[in-house]
Write a protein that binds this ligand. Structure first.
Ligand SMILES: Nc1ncnc2c1ncn2[C@@H]1O[C@H](COP(=O)(O)OP(=O)(O)OP(=O)(O)O)[C@@H](O)[C@H]1O
Length: 317
């Protein structure tokens, strides 16, 4: 069993009314890996996570999570998964210690007090155990939520945007803890909109409009996109940007401080688009490796918005 993937699903599909919000999703996630889950708002990440842990029944598709059938054995999956939802869902008028004790009772954990203490110590929460959850900052709330998720000793963590709105230091500490858990054998599927977090994952998957567009390690995803990028550096980038946006061969123009990234799938067409600006005084051009963000925006532009009204599967939302 140890060699089997933690998640192995094929063709997962979910419809809400006329709208197909997850469309033929397949993925394998190796045990002990941190797998990032990225995509624009409303692309179906949460819906997929909820199908994986048995909270939603797919309309089509098959597969296993921790070796259990996602439809027939959802009860067995739920006991072995820690699911951190987007919204803080603990009691704000209970203390940290009381919240964890409550969760431990829900799971009917034997040796409850020792388990709560271990979680408090692990997440650095012991000195705050008597503080009301409602008075915690965003970063500490997320730590508490993570403590509650790991209390029952799950094998898989499903984390839905766990660090949204959390400051960079707290995010880094949270991710250090995720890596420590993975090093101990925990599998983690984590959705995020942050590129730096994507780069901390062993592998990433990118979903847009319900369809999985790419999956792999960060270098594999960047290489697989077949995108080429040029960067211009200079003072007067506004006119360059306005001219290049929408030009044939240019899929994306994005300012990064005093640099402008210009990307496209065909290097010849990209060069032709940029040529009129090559010898512009004060502008320096160089070829650069596309960033993960360049690749994601490119993929998003390429994929059809099947959620839009008027498309085959599109609804009215
Ligand atoms: N219970 C539901 N009934 C109807 N539509 C739903 C339901 N749950 C989700 N949706 C729709 O399904 C689509 C996908 O939503 P989902 O929350 O899975 O996306 P997401 O990628 O997690 O988005 P975000 O990054 O904003 O959290 C959205 O258009 C959403 O409005």
């Amino acid at each position: 069993m140890t060699g089997a993937p933690a998640i192995d699903v094929q063709g997962l599909t979910k419809r809400f009314g006329a709208k197909t919000v997850v469309d033929g999703f397949s993925i394998q996630v190796t045990r002990g890996q941190i797998h990032g889950f990225l995509g624009p708002n409303g692309s179906g990440k949460t819906t997929t996570i909820r199908m994986l842990c048995g909270l939603l029944v797919p309309d089509a598709g098959t597969g296993t999570c921790l070796g259990h059938d996602i439809v027939r054995e959802s009860w067995a999956i739920k006991r072995q998964v820690g699911y951190m939802t987007q919204k803080f869902s603990l009691y704000e008028d209970l203390t940290i210690g009381e919240n964890l004790d409550f969760v431990a009772r829900l799971y009917a954990l034997p040796d409850r007090k020792a388990q709560v203490k271990a979680a408090l110590d692990r997440l650095g929460l012991a000195h705050r155990r008597d503080q009301l959850a409602g008075t915690l900052s965003g970063g500490w709330k997320q730590r508490l939520a993570l403590a509650a998720c790991i209390l029952h000793g799950p094998k898989l963590l499903l984390l839905d945007e766990p660090t949204a709105g959390v400051d960079p230091k707290a995010r880094r500490e949270f991710w250090d803890e995720i890596h420590a858990l993975a090093a101990e054998g925990m599998t983690v599927l984590v959705s995020t909109h942050y590129m730096d977090e994507a780069e901390r994952c062993h592998r990433i998957a990118y979903l847009a409009y319900g369809k999985l567009l790419t999956v792999g390690s960060v270098p594999e995803v960047i290489a697989g996109a077949g995108l080429h990028s040029l960067a211009a550096e200079g003072e007067e980038l506004g006119p360059v940007r306005r001219d290049l946006e929408g030009k044939p061969g240019v899929s994306m123009v994005a300012p990064f401080g005093s640099r402008l990234h210009v990307s496209g799938p065909d290097p010849v067409l990209l060069a032709q688009a940029v040529d009129p600006w090559r010898d512009q005084p004060g502008l320096r051009w160089q070829a650069v490796e596309p960033s993960l963000e360049d690749v994601f925006i490119h993929l998003m532009h390429q994929s059809r918005d099947n959620f839009a009204p008027g498309t085959a599967t599109g609804g009215t939302a």
